[in-house]
Design a protein around this ligand. Structure first.
Ligand SMILES: C[S@@+](CC[C@H](N)C(=O)[O-])C[C@H]1O[C@@H](n2cnc3c(N)ncnc32)[C@H](O)[C@@H]1O
Ligand SMILES: C[S@@+](CC[C@H](N)C(=O)[O-])C[C@H]1O[C@@H](n2cnc3c(N)ncnc32)[C@H](O)[C@@H]1O
Ligand code: SF4
Length: 407
């Protein structure tokens, strides 16, 4: 395996949540609102298998540069449980000296001592699932925390001087007005996180929200007002010193999430735990989504038996992921990896968007791209902010059709 294809990143799925939020369809296990920790046999059993999977993964000779604990609610783990996992990773692969160790934490699931314990173990990036500062909206979403829990969680982060922390917020919640959304953003900015992830509410199948609301129809925002929320977000956060570095992500200089950049740059990564996706040797694989199926799969040897992605699939994935980043993709690199003919197929799809200002190309000599000319062979191609980002789904769908029509 060439050095470039050796993963230096790992995602670990910690599926436990106190309860399922009304909009969420992630692979989680609701374990109730009481305090959980070492005493939960379900967590104990899961961690046994998770650590087995880490130990069964062959070491490829490189320490990890990024580790991401996602979920679910990783902050339901105790300090001792996290220590066991990190020790297993360190024993098997090693952790580089400046390894980014991210952890998703939910307000109301940790106290100051637990946070200090996590930080002592090496966690150095925290993503706090706030979603909203409005108690009524939090309740409507079925969140297990209120605004007071958020304030307390932030005070813990401030008391421990964590400088690299992110807030997750959801925009376009039922009955949320533009003024309320602006207040949410201003509250977040006043807290001063180094990073913010802002997600548009998606109505997912089989969620409580699916039974209650229809996308684009009151009390959810219309498509036009969702677009206004998005533009307001980008404008306000950029004015406040955040780079809009990815469609849904904003960071102060030096604080982009290194782990998520690995995904967007279509680089390899390990995935451990139920429902965790990995990308190894050109193979994308998602583990079984229930604990029993995951345990059975591991007991049977944990085979990763999906076929490798084809070169055309890799091209489409590289575009789909890379165009999410503000910097976009290098035309030279795309040509080098996938060849000019594949890129040429996209020229006629991209040109109208380029003319409209949704796609931009910064060529080394600053020359514009004229109608009828082939796609420039050098420079970065990227989506404009906010129009290109806002219509990214339409643009990407067109790109897929252009490539698939001829495959
Ligand atoms: C899967 S959660 C895990 C972290 C943590 N438990 C939390 O709730 O923040 C990661 C992010 O996905 C967001 N999310 C989940 N379902 C969503 C949906 N239907 N629409 C928009 N964002 C969603 C959550 O709000 C959260 O910010
Ligand atoms: C929606 S994003 C939120 C990222 C966060 N706001 C941040 O910047 O750290 C994270 C969620 O995506 C999912 N996720 C990320 N990487 C994954 C992987 N390799 N396999 C499966 N799920 C993954 C997990 O549910 C995780 O909670
Ligand atoms: S706490 Fe996070 S992962 Fe758990 S149900 Fe809610 S949004 Fe989903």
């Amino acid at each position: 395996m060439s050095q470039k294809n050796i993963p230096r990143s790992a995602y670990l799925h910690i599926p436990f949540c106190r309860r399922r939020c009304h909009y969420c369809d992630f692979a989680i296990l609701a374990i109730g609102d009481r305090r959980w920790g070492d005493d939960s046999p379900k967590i104990h059993e899961y961690l046994h298998y998770l650590i087995t999977e880490i130990e069964q993964t062959p070491d490829r000779g490189y320490p990890l540069e990024t580790v991401f604990f996602g979920g679910g609610t990783p902050s339901l783990l105790s300090v001792a449980q996290l220590e066991n996992i990190l020790t297993a990773i360190d024993r098997q692969f090693g952790l580089s000296r400046d390894c980014e160790i991210s952890m998703e934490m939910d307000p109301g699931t940790f106290d100051l001592a637990k946070l200090q314990g996590f930080l002592t173990l090496g966690v150095n990036r925290i993503s706090l699932g706030v979603q909203s500062f409005d108690d009524r909206l939090l309740q409507l979403c079925g969140r297990s925390h209120d605004r007071q829990d958020v304030e307390q969680a932030i005070s813990f982060l401030q008391q421990t001087n964590v400088d690299n922390f992110s807030l997750d917020l959801i925009s376009g919640l039922p009955e949320q007005t533009e003024e309320q959304w602006q207040t949410t953003l201003e509250t977040a900015i006043a807290i001063g996180p180094s990073h913010l992830s802002i997600y548009d509410l998606i109505i997912e199948p089989s969620t409580v929200f699916e039974g209650r609301y229809q996308p684009g129809i009151s009390p959810l925002p219309s498509d036009d007002s969702a677009a206004q929320f998005y533009q307001l977000t980008s404008q306000l956060l950029r004015q406040s010193g955040y780079d809009h570095y990815e469609i849904s992500n904003y960071a102060r200089s030096g604080y982009q999430c290194r782990h998520n950049r690995v995904y967007w740059q279509n680089q390899p990564y390990y995935g451990w735990g139920m429902a965790a996706a990995s990308y190894l040797n050109g193979i994308r694989f998602t583990r079984p989504r229930t604990p029993s199926a995951y345990y059975q799969w591991l007991q049977a040897g944990g085979a990763i038996d999906t076929p490798p992605t084809s070169s055309t699939e890799q091209f489409l994935e590289t575009l789909m992921l890379g165009m999410r980043l503000a910097e976009g993709l290098s035309l030279e690199t795309l040509t080098h990896h996938f060849g000019r003919p594949l890129l040429d197929r996209l020229g006629s799809c991209w040109y109208p968007y380029y003319q409209q200002g949704w796609i931009a190309i910064n060529t080394p000599n600053g020359q514009p791209w004229h109608s009828g000319e082939p796609l420039p062979s050098e420079g970065q191609i990227y989506l404009s902010d906010p129009e290109g980002f806002l219509f990214s789904n339409t643009i990407l769908a067109q790109m897929f059709s252009a490539i698939e029509a001829e495959s």
